[in-house]
Design a protein around this ligand. Structure first.
Ligand code: FES
Length: 148
């Protein structure tokens, strides 16, 4: 394997996320033992051509950040926030700036913008038949809509 063989998986078209918006993805990560594990992430479009990604798991209770009402942001959209106990996170760094896990950080996901696609880099994902590392169907959203 050469350096150019770093795993890169397109997860969505950049234009599918509005500037200032966020989108959850339920991916499948290929582990070293060959097993596939659920891998839920959130991608935030910080600027028109700038995206940040995090594992969609609050450092406090390990729940999806958008649990509850389905939103990722504080009301003024200046920070990410957890729907369970209200922890607030800096969007650019993932650092929890307020809440029960203050000082902890969201786990960052290396992303790259390649052509029209947002790609996850260096993390092996299970691809669908179209060769994409994602599933358009987002089960975190579905479970949020039908809690319990
Ligand atoms: S689970 Fe996120 S703040 Fe408690």
């Amino acid at each position: 394997m050469s350096a150019s063989d770093i795993a890169v998986f397109a997860i969505c078209e950049a234009e599918s996320i509005p500037p200032g918006g966020a989108k959850a993805f339920s991916l499948s990560r290929l582990m070293a033992d060959g097993e596939a594990r659920p891998f839920r992430i959130v991608v935030v479009r910080v600027r028109p051509r700038q995206f940040v990604g995090y594992v969609n798991s609050c450092p406090h209770g390990k729940v999806w950040l958008n649990i509850g009402d389905g939103t990722f942001f504080t009301q003024d959209k200046s920070q990410l926030r957890c729907g369970r106990h209200g922890a607030r996170f800096d969007i650019a760094s993932g650092l929890c700036v307020e809440g029960p896990c203050a000082g902890a950080s969201l786990e960052p996901i290396p992303l790259a913008l390649m052509g029209a696609d947002v790609c996850v880099c260096g993390i092996p994902l299970v691809e669908d038949e179209d060769g994409r590392g994602y599933d358009e169907h987002d089960e975190t959203m579905e479970i949020m809509i039908h809690p319990g």
